[in-house]
Design a protein around this ligand. Structure first.
Ligand SMILES: *Cc1c(COP(=O)(O)O)cnc(C)c1O
Length: 440
C-alpha cells in the first residue's frame, strides 16, 4: 500500500472498515468459527467498559472504579453457571487459546505428556506440538501424544486409545492430561466412553468446546461436565453468540487453581467490554439457545445432503455427515482446498480450506489441502433455514463444479442476502447485523 499522510491513512482505515461491513452484508459467511453478534452485544463493545481495568476477581479488584463492572461480572458468571450447569466458571480468559493455556498451567507442568487430537484429525493448534509451534508444546512445554483417529467414524478410536495409553504406561509416559474437542468437530467425542479409563491413570480431563459451546448450551450436543470432563474450555463466539473471548467451566474443587492460572497467570486486564458482551450473549442463549441450536444442526445436515447430492464428497457420510454446526467436504475431484477457497471468495462465499485425514500422508499441506470446512451458525443466526441451505449448495456447485462466472454468482449472492440482514435469536434487533455504526 502506498505511504500516505496520517489523515489520509486514518480515512483509508475507516473507509475499509465500512467497505468490509458492506461486503459481509452481501456475502455468504460460512467460516465455522465465526458468528454475528446481536446489536445489544455490539453496544456493550463500544461502552466505556472497553477503557477500564479490573484485574482480579469481582469484589477483590486491584483497582477502584469497578462498582458497575463488578455487578456485571457477577451477573455474567451467574448466567454462565446456569447456561452450562457449572459449579465454577471463570469468564475472564480473553480467548479460547488463553483458556486452554490456563488449564495447562493449572494442572500440568512443562515436560508432562498430553493426549490430544492431531490437527488433520480435527485438533486445534493450541493443543499442538512444539515443532508445529502449537501452544501446548511451545508455550507450556507439554509433550503431545495423539489419539488414534477413525476417519470413517470421524471420531477418536476408543479401543485403540486404550491400547495406546497402556503402551505409554509401559514406556513410563502416562499422560497428565487428556484433551477432547477440536476444530473439525462433526460428532461428539467419546468422553463418556473414556473418562473412567483415563481417570484410572489420574489424568485431568479437559473438553475444548470452542466450536460447539453454543450447541452444548442449547442442549443439542454432548454434555461434557456430566460425562466425566473435569473442565470445559471454550471460545464465546463460534456457536455461542459472541463477542470474541474465552471461558472456563469446571467444578468448585478446581476453582482456586483455575482462578490463579487466569489471573495473574494468563491475563492482566480481561477486556471488560467483552465480559459485558458475554453476559448479554449468555442471557440471549438462555432464552433462545435451544431453538437456535436445533436449527443450526438441521441446517448443517441439510447443506451436507445438498452438497452430497450436487456431487461433492462430504465426510462422515456413514453417520449422516454431521451432528454439529459444521461439515467437511473433500474437494479433491474439483481441485484443492486452497484454490477453491479463493474462487469461492470471489463469488462472495466465504469458507476455509481444511486439512482432512490422509492429507499429510499424501504430501498435501495446509496451503493446498484436500478439504474445505463449512459452518452454518452465522447463516442460522440471520434466520436462514433448510431452503436457503439448498440455495447455498447451488451457489457453491455453480462456482466449483459448473465453473460459472464468479462475478455473476457474487451478484446473485448479494440479491439472496438482501432479506437476511438482521440478527435473530435475540431480544432486540433494530440495527442490521452488519450495519456500520458511525459515531465520530
Ligand atoms: C478456535 C479454537 C480455539 C481458539 O479459540 P480462540 O478464541 O480463537 O483463541 C481453541 N480450541 C479449539 C478447538 C478451537 O477450534
Amino acid at each position: 500500500m502506498a505511504r500516505s499522510s496520517p489523515r489520509t491513512a486514518y480515512n483509508e482505515v475507516l473507509s475499509m472498515l465500512k467497505t468490509h461491513n458492506r461486503w459481509f452484508s452481501e456475502s455468504i459467511p460460512l467460516i465455522a468459527s465465526e458468528n454475528v453478534p446481536s446489536p445489544a452485544v455490539r453496544e456493550a463493545m463500544i461502552s466505556d467498559f472497553a477503557n477500564r481495568y479490573a484485574e482480579g476477581w469481582p469484589g477483590e479488584r486491584v483497582y477502584a472504579g469497578c462498582v458497575y463492572i463488578d455487578k456485571v461480572e457477577f451477573k455474567c458468571m451467574e448466567l454462565a453457571q446456569r447456561l452450562f450447569r457449572a459449579e465454577f466458571v471463570d469468564v475472564r480468559p480473553i480467548s479460547g487459546v488463553v483458556a486452554n493455556l490456563a488449564i495447562y498451567s493449572a494442572f500440568t507442568n512443562p515436560g508432562d505428556v498430553m493426549l490430544a487430537p492431531s490437527i488433520p484429525s480435527g485438533g486445534h493448534i493450541s493443543h499442538g506440538k512444539k515443532e508445529h509451534s502449537g501452544t501446548a508444546g511451545l508455550v507450556h512445554g507439554l509433550d503431545i501424544e495423539f489419539y488414534p483417529f477413525d476417519a470413517e467414524e470421524m471420531s477418536i478410536d476408543v479401543d485403540k486409545t486404550k491400547q495406546k495409553v497402556q503402551e505409554l504406561e509401559k514406556a513410563g509416559r502416562i499422560p497428565k492430561i487428556a484433551m477432547f474437542g477440536g476444530s473439525v468437530f462433526l460428532f461428539p467425542h467419546p468422553v463418556k466412553e473414556l473418562s473412567d479409563f483415563l481417570k484410572g491413570y489420574n489424568m485431568f480431563i479437559n473438553y475444548d468446546g470452542a466450536h460447539v459451546a453454543g450447541l452444548i448450551a442449547g442442549g443439542q450436543f454432548q454434555d461434557p461436565l456430566r460425562e466425566g470432563a473435569d473442565a470445559m474450555t471454550m471460545s464465546t463466539h463460534k456457536t455461542l453468540f459472541g463477542p470474541q473471548g474465552g471461558m472456563i467451566c469446571s467444578f468448585d474443587r478446581y476453582g482456586e487453581d483455575i482462578k490463579k492460572a487466569t489471573f495473574p497467570g494468563m491475563t492482566s486486564n480481561h477486556h471488560l467490554h467483552h465480559m459485558a458482551g458475554k453476559a448479554i450473549a449468555f442471557a440471549e442463549m438462555l432464552e433462545f439457545g435451544r431453538k437456535y441450536a436445533v436449527q443450526v444442526i438441521k441446517n448443517a445436515k441439510t447443506l451436507a445432503e445438498a452438497l452430497s447430492g450436487a456431487g461433492f464428497t462430504v465426510l462422515g457420510e456413514k453417520r449422516g455427515f454431521t451432528q454439529s454446526h459444521q461439515l467437511v467436504v473433500n474437494v479433491l475431484s474439483f481441485g484443492d482446498g486452497g484454490t477453491i477457497e479463493a474462487d469461492l471468495e470471489k463469488a462472495n462465499i466465504i469458507v476455509n480450506r481444511q486439512l482432512i485425514p490422509g492429507d499429510i500422508k499424501a504430501g498435501r499441506n495446509y496451503f493446498h489441502p484436500g478439504g474445505m470446512r463449512l459452518g452454518v451458525s452465522e447463516l442460522t443466526r440471520l434466520g436462514m433455514g433448510p431452503s436457503e441451505m439448498r440455495q447455498v449448495a447451488e451457489f457453491i456447485k455453480g462456482v466449483v463444479v459448473d465453473k460459472k462466472d464468479k462475478k455473476r454468482v457474487a451478484a446473485e449472492v448479494k440479491r439472496f442476502r438482501k432479506k437476511f440482514q438482521k440478527v435473530r435469536y435475540c431480544f432486540e434487533s433494530r440495527t442490521g447485523g452488519y450495519d456500520y455504526i458511525r459515531i465520530r
